[in-house]
Design a protein around this ligand. Structure first.
Ligand SMILES: Nc1ncnc2c1ncn2[C@@H]1O[C@H](COP(=O)(O)OP(=O)(O)OP(=O)(O)O)[C@@H](O)[C@H]1O
Ligand SMILES: [Mg+2]
Length: 266
């Protein structure tokens, strides 16, 4: 279970984000980036954030801690901005919060080179979850105290928008040509050799258990929230072993350290 906190104060909108996430203070005195259940794609985006964020952290990637944030819709009453007020009003109940990395800067590949090892791990992870939102235009990476952190996993696992086609879409290739870290010659083979064996059914059960029931209830075709949790785990488990063979658009490494051999990118 994610830690549960209650929002006590809406501080400000984060206008860089398309979904207009907000900064809030909570009853544990923490400051969180709040992703609203009433925004855009709503709770599916939040489920994707939990599954991918919790998986990334367990695979050793830097990912701020996630919490659930209970929001009383009356917090919106005093908000002068109409758009923000509507978001707050439509998001009463359980929302997603992420530790706010104070002073973090948006990632700039020109200012912050990454090793092939680290780039490989992040590209491999993004291929696994089919993240289409880590491009050089919108990297969704932050630099905090000299280290790279992952954020924003709302646009992943496209198959959860069409469960009947999950098997076909989960077999898709991953085009990394626009990936923010593609230029650093990601060592995909080394990442796959290390990370793929760690993506086990047990780990995915632990990860999907973190999704609040309330975001899973009522999905057509599924009985209980646990049925849907298993549906989230299955394609990730199936993809993990061979996703490194399905990554297109990155330079071939001059040298590989993994046991699975170099992958042709085209
Ligand atoms: N944990 C965090 N700590 C500090 N700043 C953050 C954090 N999370 C998000 N931000 C800031 O807020 C911005 C928007 O966040 P995020 O990308 O998660 O929102 P979004 O609405 O999903 O964005 P997008 O426009 O990419 O869909 C980030 O670009 C970053 O500047
Ligand atoms: Mg973003």
């Amino acid at each position: 279970m994610l830690k549960e906190v209650t929002a006590t104060r809406y501080i400000t909108p984060l206008r860089e984000g398309g979904s207009l996430p907000g900064l809030v203070e909570a009853d544990d005195l923490g400051t969180y980036v709040l992703k609203f259940t009433g925004a855009g794609q709503g709770r599916k985006t939040l489920v994707a954030e939990v599954v991918c964020g919790e998986l990334a952290r367990r695979l050793g990637l830097r990912m701020p801690r996630l919490v659930t944030v209970e929001l009383d819709a009356v917090l919106g009453l005093g908000e002068p901005d109409q758009q923000v007020q509507e978001l707050l009003r439509s998001s009463g109940g359980t929302n997603l919060g992420m530790d706010f990395l104070s002073g973090a800067l948006g990632y700039d590949p020109l200012a912050f080179p990454v090793t092939p090892e680290e780039a490989g791990r992040i590209v491999w992870f993004d291929a696994l979850v089919n993240n289409v939102d880590r491009s050089w235009r919108n990297p969704n990476l932050l630099v905090h105290r000299g280290e790279l952190w992952l954020i924003d996993h709302g646009a992943t696992m496209i198959w959860h928008h069409n469960w009947p086609s999950v098997d076909a879409s989960a077999n898709r290739r991953y085009d990394a040509s626009d990936h923010a870290l593609a230029r650093f010659v990601p060592d995909i083979a080394a990442a796959a050799a290390d990370l793929a064996p760690r993506v086990t059914e047990e780990l995915l059960t632990e990860v999907t258990a973190e999704i609040p029931d309330v975001w899973l209830a009522g999905e057509p075709g599924f009985g209980t929230p646990d049925d849907l949790r298993r549906a989230y785990a299955r394609p990730l488990l199936a993809r993990a072993a061979a996703v490194h063979e399905r990554i297109d658009g990155i330079p071939a490494p001059a040298r590989t350290t993994g046991t699975t051999g170099p992958q042709e990118s085209k």
